[in-house]
Design a protein around this ligand. Structure first.
Ligand SMILES: NC(=O)c1ccc[n+]([C@@H]2O[C@H](COP(=O)([O-])OP(=O)(O)OC[C@H]3O[C@@H](n4cnc5c(N)ncnc54)[C@H](O)[C@@H]3O)[C@@H](O)[C@H]2O)c1
Length: 253
């Protein structure tokens, strides 16, 4: 049976770890040719080789999404390797907890640069190539914290809420060109980012989050990757400008 992304070319950013790595694996397993992008070159090569060894078509393109030239290069390398571009999953992001009175301008700018400007420039350079390729799907990883507050997360929340607004605007701008823009809003997902952000022992943090989570556990990266697959594939052909919440029920309480 043909995969759900057979014949498609995809870029996944933040593909060296967590949600991005799992999404790159799922996209490749569903038949896409995948360009994996991350600033962590060593891990990126490992994930890319693993996909190639399992029979997928994948290239690693070391990229800093905060750097416009690097993003432009990512799109160029992808199209020169695979000849088209249909799917962009702009997923790379950083966390950051700062209080209003001590946060510096540099810290503020860094979160916005990676989490908001990065995805915008991915779209900027990818979209013309996607139009040439006959249309496609752009997905941004926002967060449940785009929708609800959390202590000292105002800058992170602003960056992620910005992605939802950006996806809605671009969804209208490019509807006629056949390019859909959507966000995924994950809740707590078992990745290095989650465990790096919270203070304390991992088991204790996990037990605490799980006890407050309606579905009783943290999410797995593959549960976000499958949502990305839905938004990347023609299964979501009538869905654009949407923010898909995948959070175990955290935001419905
Ligand atoms: N894990 C969670 O609980 C959770 C919840 C909501 C949203 N998110 C979002 O999901 C996305 C993926 O995070 P994850 O949980 O898989 O974390 P992760 O730390 O496992 O992966 C993030 C990846 O992004 C890469 N990255 C960071 N800055 C980059 C840059 N400037 N250029 C290129 N690559 C860069 C990192 O090297 C890393 O490989 C992020 O946007 C994050 O904000 C995560």
């Amino acid at each position: 049976m043909a995969g759900r992304l057979e014949g498609k070319v995809a870029i996944v950013t933040g593909a060296a770890s967590g949600i991005g790595a799992e999404s790159a694996r799922v996209f490749a397993a569903e038949g896409a040719h995948v360009a994996l992008a991350d600033r962590n070159g060593q891990l990126l090569e490992q994930v890319t080789s693993e996909i190639s060894r399992s029979g997928g078509r994948a290239i690693a393109v070391r990229t800093d999404v905060a750097d416009e030239v690097s993003v432009k290069n990512l799109v160029q390398q992808t199209v020169s390797e695979f000849g088209a571009l249909n799917i962009v999953y702009a997923n790379a992001g950083i966390s950051g907890r700062f209080d209003l009175e001590s946060v510096t301008a540099e810290e503020f700018d860094r979160v916005i640069q990676v989490n908001l400007r990065g995805p915008f420039f991915c779209a900027k350079y990818a979209v013309p190539r996607m139009v040439e390729s006959g249309g496609g799907s752009v997905i941004f990883t926002a967060s449940e914290l785009a929708l609800v507050g959390s202590p000292n997360a105002s800058v992170y929340s602003a960056s992620k809420a910005g992605l939802i607004g950006m996806a809605r605007g671009l969804a209208l701008d490019y509807a006629e060109a056949g390019i859909r823009f959507n966000c995924i809003c994950p809740g707590a997902v078992d990745t290095p980012m989650l465990w790096g952000e919270e203070k304390g022992e991992r088991d204790e943090i996990e037990a605490d989050i799980s006890s407050r989570m309606p579905l009783g556990r943290v999410g797995r990266p593959d549960e976000i990757a499958k949502s990305a697959l839905y938004l990347a594939s023609d299964d979501s052909s009538f869905v654009t400008g949407h923010a898909l919440v995948v959070d175990g029920g955290w935001t419905v309480r």
